[in-house]
Design a protein. Structure first.
Length: 207
């Protein structure tokens, strides 16, 4: 499988697979990196997608992070016919911010943060400048088909954080039993793979 290292404007990236019209952007969570996209690409590339993984400083303040992701979005819009998203945790929130007003093929979110305002409000301490920015940038529009894999024992993101978004935008949700926020055991990763394969094959059958 071809893996090309490159830079998209100010963002380090890898492009996986031969050139296709359809692309998946992989956005990692906290402490993640662009190489995480390779595992997902092993599923998506044989099904007709190219996959791009990026390094994003997701724990920086959002007004520094979002402009870089918007540059990546512009690159994808220029070079591909369809865009899909695969994101983890806080990477899901950034994906929503960047693609809120865009038409994408599908979004696969794992252990997502979908409502950052509620998430920050649940913290014992919060940065007021960060919180004020979040309040001003809440997700109001999302018309894209969204699939969510959530952990049964997620101690990082509570159900209350995401319930309004899920209900408002009619997301398809699967709960993975005996799992935590960060999926890491062989059993969890096997279940993750099966879920990803199932969602992608459903999309292919519809098109």
């Amino acid at each position: 499988m071809n893996i090309e290292k490159c830079k998209i404007q100010h963002t380090n990236a890898i492009i996986i697979g031969e050139k296709k019209e359809n692309v998946f952007l992989f956005v990692h969570g906290q402490a993640g990196n662009k190489e995480e996209a390779i595992r997902f690409a092993n599923i998506a590339v044989p099904l007709g997608y190219q996959v791009i993984g990026i390094d994003l400083s997701v724990m920086d303040v959002p007004w520094n992070v979002l402009p870089k992701l918007l540059e990546v979005k512009d690159f994808l819009k220029e070079h591909y016919s369809t865009i899909s998203l695969r994101a983890n945790s806080i990477g899901c929130w950034y994906s929503l911010l960047a693609f809120e007003n865009e038409k994408i093929e599908q979004a696969l979110f794992v252990s997502p943060i979908l409502d950052m305002k509620r998430f920050v409000e649940g913290m014992e301490e919060k940065d007021e400048q960060y919180y004020e920015w979040v309040v001003l940038h809440q997700i109001a529009n999302w018309s894209n088909k969204t699939y969510i894999l959530r952990a049964e024992k997620d101690l990082v993101v509570s159900d209350k954080v995401n319930e309004t978004f899920i209900n408002q935008f009619m997301c398809d949700v699967v709960t993975l039993k005996d799992s935590e926020h960060w999926l890491h055991t062989p059993e969890q990763l096997s279940s993750l793979r099966k879920w990803e394969e199932s969602v992608l094959k459903q999309q292919i059958e519809r098109t």
